[in-house]
Design a protein around this ligand. Structure first.
Ligand SMILES: Cc1cc2nc3c(=O)[nH]c(=O)nc-3n(C[C@H](O)[C@H](O)[C@H](O)COP(=O)(O)O)c2cc1C
Length: 335
């Protein structure tokens, strides 16, 4: 099984290969730092629209450009870009590569209509010659390793992932991540891991499994049952960012770590808040943390009310004071 081997992407080697998934509005710089500290081996930016990056007014807010901001402690870091046009993707690759990531990832898996129905993301699964063009241009625009993240296919009747993997390997990509669902499934239904061994038989590049890896056991089973070279974790990282630490501990030892204590939970939340304020400033920093409170307070007595209270708080010193107070509160012990 591939657990014995490090995950090798170009010059990068990580072991055993437990990655944070790119997630729009979630995998921003502060959250990526948190996940790296908790054991994610590679982290990815949110997807960045190639056209957006090219068209952005340098004197304006530069939302796309700032999505490519990163902190040195995040390395190894992948920047993910998406687009339907090979020319825009080529140019966007140059801009992204200039920012100094460790790899460039091409999104060929986004299922949402305003991306996929415009020929980008999973839309490229319906036009494989165009996918090839995009990958070729991106590869030609950088010396960094180029990886692809995609899905099994557009729908259950058009799964061509084994041929897609061969084609992408021929185009020189350094690794392939497969979200084991079709575009038609969105995020619903059970991911079908049985494609991973078939892909592994067809190509020599590393294959990273994605979809419903939610615990140390599911990660271990994914490695053992499919021979994948790495696993990528998305939604569970929002729910429980400690999942990386747990997987990293469990894979070599077979034993579980104790659950994070209340103090650890609140301390991590405080650290995330500090990073968020540093990166986004006070207003958006507070907003960006809202979607994470549920994860930090999960399992505590009164968690729902606490999350609501914290999400509504607009005053930073008051929020900080409340978090300090929580650490000392006995009635909010884990249940
Ligand atoms: C809120 C959210 C945002 C996402 N944004 C992206 C993205 O920007 N790029 C991408 O490749 N996938 C994106 N995804 C898909 C995830 O990377 C991942 O493939 C999917 O959630 C399945 O993995 P999971 O079951 O571990 O969550 C997103 C998923 C969610 C839930």
């Amino acid at each position: 099984m591939a657990l014995d081997q490090p995950l090798t992407i170009g010059p990068l080697q990580v072991s055993p290969g437990v990655l944070l998934a790119p997630m729009e509005d979630v995998s921003d710089l502060p959250f990526r730092r948190i996940c790296r500290e908790l054991g994610a081996d590679i982290v990815y930016t949110e997807f960045v629209n190639a056209e957006g990056l090219l068209r952005e007014d340098p004197t304006g807010p530069r939302r796309s450009y700032h999505k490519l901001d990163f902190h040195e402690s995040e390395r190894p870091l992948g920047m993910q870009i998406y687009g339907a046009s090979e020319l825009s993707m080529e140019e966007a690759t140059r801009i992204a590569a200039d920012r100094g990531p460790d790899l460039i990832d091409i999104n060929c898996g986004c299922w949402v209509s305003n991306v996929a129905l415009r020929g980008a993301g999973a839309g490229l699964l319906r036009d494989l010659p165009q996918m090839r063009q995009v990958v070729r241009r991106v590869r030609g625009a950088t010396h960094l390793p180029v990886t692809v993240k995609t899905r099994l296919g557009w729908d259950a009747d058009s799964i061509q992932i084994v041929d897609v993997a061969r084609m992408l390997q021929d185009e020189g990509i350094a690794a392939l991540t497969v979200h084991c669902r079709t575009r038609a499934q969105g995020h619903k239904g059970t991911p079908d891991y049985s494609w991973i061994p078939k892909i592994k038989q067809a190509v020599t590049i590393p294959v990273i499994l994605n979809g419903d890896v939610t615990s140390a056991q599911t990660a271990a089973a994914a490695f053992q049952d499919t021979g994948c070279d790495g696993v990528m974790i998305g939604r569970e990282a929002i729910r429980h960012p400690w999942v990386f630490r747990e997987v990293q501990h469990f894979l070599p030892t077979g034993s579980h770590l104790p659950e994070p204590t209340l103090a650890e939970r609140v301390t991590l939340c405080q650290r995330h808040l500090d990073y968020a304020i540093e990166q986004h400033g006070e207003r958006y920093g507070l907003i960006s943390l809202r979607r994470h409170f549920a994860g930090y307070f999960r399992g505590m007595r009164g968690a729902a009310a606490l999350r609501q209270e914290m999400s509504q708080e607009k005053d930073l010193p008051r929020l900080r004071a409340r978090l300090e107070q929580l650490i000392g509160e006995a009635d909010l012990v884990a249940v």
